[in-house]
Design a protein around this ligand. Structure first.
Ligand code: ADP
Ligand code: ASP
Ligand code: MG
Length: 429
């Protein structure tokens, strides 16, 4: 008997029929003798619908008062899910109780719409488990020190589930979703993508942070920090398949590099079209300029991703960086009001139609020439690279958004990740 956490995403909870299926699957685990905590997302499309309603009643604003209400609103999606799932479990004859984040409580900071979990109290959950109940905890939400409801950012139910698993020292956290594991790239974009039976924690962290939304990045961070055994698997297998088979399916996130394991140089391709590029042209090339520009942006609590500064000519240079597309207008505003007046240039250019494509792989550490192979594959498709950023196990390029799918497909092929590649040639070192 073990304590297991299941997380079900929006599609898996997408209709009352699917919720009944989730209940049947959870009931199967209970009947096998496990203690179960379940963390569901809102029904698919619901969070978008709720945030869409907000846009209908008032134009988007960034002040705290508005962000607070967005969380109040968006958190209701998960509250519906937990109630329905508890009812469905009751119908299966399984005792179950549902909680909103604040009832557990899952404590977070007060960064509305992107709050971070600070602690999770386990007493209530443990006593329910001891009383033989399935505990269903709303994903995506928590409560700050002043009792305000917060949410954890889009895709945040993954993080709720892993954090709950860490707090309860669960034997495993199973993330049930609408694909049967982590693939070499999004299988919806590249049908030839292959499922990985295992992926290292570091690679998963890079893939998530580079845009693979199969796991929210903070969930992977939590799994690493607390060594939570984590698996991504399908919620669309028949609910009554044998537990042993189900528990071994999907993709396991591994924490130890197995030296014997053959390691692909590039394990996956991630992409993200959530960013926008901002350039300031003709900036004086003197100490303190980067700080002057990016300090003002950071003060406005805007996260900056890729940064590039060109070689200067006649003491002037161009400075470009990317931010989340949602923050683009605010970034330009900050530059115009705070930076331009002291900078000696007001030539600000922006491009919201960019995307970032990244190759990720632990094998990149010990192989040279991987980045150049990437650049060659892109040049063969006539794709212009606007920015480049690298780390030990990834290389990212910023390109025109309209070439995104072409770039991902070309790289997937160039690094021998396509399904039909013979295994011996599949990028093994
Ligand atoms: P859920 O609602 O279950 O949280 P998400 O839509 O958030 O599901 O995440 C699952 C989706 O992630 C898949 O449907 C797939 O399109 C996408 N995805 C992106 N990159 C990958 C990848 N490398 N492997 C698997 N799925 C991926
Ligand atoms: N319902 C939230 C969202 O759509 C959280 C999640 O699904 O993980 O982003
Ligand atoms: Mg998700």
């Amino acid at each position: 008997m073990a304590l297991i956490v299941h997380k079900y995403g929006g599609t898996s909870m997408g209709s009352t029929e699917r919720i009944r299926n989730v209940a049947k699957r959870v009931a199967k685990w209970v009947r096998a003798g496990h203690q179960m905590v379940v963390v569901p997302s809102a029904m698919s499309g619901e969070t978008n619908r709720l945030l869409g309603l907000a846009k209908e009643v008032a134009p988007a604003r960034h002040d705290e008062a508005v962000q607070r209400e967005l969380d109040m609103l968006a958190s209701t999606g998960e509250q519906v899910s937990v109630g329905l799932l508890a009812l469905a479990l009751h119908a299966e004859g399984i005792p179950a109780v549902s909680y909103a984040g604040w009832q557990v409580p899952i404590r977070t900071n007060n960064a509305y719409t992107k709050a971070r979990i600070e602690s999770i109290a386990d007493e209530r959950v443990r006593s329910d488990l001891a009383a033989g109940k399935v505990v269903i905890i709303a994903g995506f939400q928590g409560v700050d020190d002043d009792g305000h409801i917060t949410t954890l950012g889009r895709g945040g139910s993954d993080t709720s589930a892993v954090a709950v698993a860490a707090a309860l020292k669960a034997a495993e956290c199973l993330i049930y979703t609408d694909v049967d594991g982590v693939y070499t790239t999004d299988p919806r974009v590249v049908p030839e993508a292959r499922r990985l039976s295992t992926v290292s924690f570091e690679e998963m962290l890079e893939m998530a942070s580079m845009g693979s939304k199969v796991l929210q990045i903070r969930s992977v961070e939590f799994a690493g920090k607390y060594q939570v055994p984590l698996r991504v698997l399908s919620s669309f297998t028949p609910w009554d398949i044998p537990i042993a088979e189900e528990a071994a399916s999907g993709t396991l996130i591994t924490f130890e590099e197995d030296e014997k394991m053959e390691q692909a140089v590039v394990s996956g391709i991630a992409f993200n079209r959530d960013e926008a590029k901002v350039s300031i042209l003709g900036v004086p090339d003197r100490p303190g300029i980067a700080y002057q520009i990016l300090g003002a942006v950071a003060d406005a609590n805007i996260e900056v991703d890729v940064i590039i500064q060109n070689v200067s000519h006649d003491g002037k240079t161009d400075f470009s960086f990317t931010v989340h597309r949602n923050e683009y207008a605010r970034t330009v505003d900050v530059l115009k009001t705070k930076v331009v007046p002291t900078l000696g240039t007001d030539r600000i250019e922006g491009d919201t139609k960019i995307c970032k494509v990244s190759i990720v792989g632990i094998g990149m550490r010990s192989h040279v020439g991987i980045a150049s192979k990437m650049f060659r594959a892109l040049s063969e498709e006539g794709i212009n690279i606007q920015m480049i950023s690298t780390s030990e196990i990834k290389t990212s390029v910023v390109i025109d958004e309209k070439y995104m799918e072409l770039a991902v497909r070309a790289l997937h092929k160039a690094f021998d990740l396509d399904l039909d590649q013979p295994a011996a040639a599949a990028g093994k070192s």
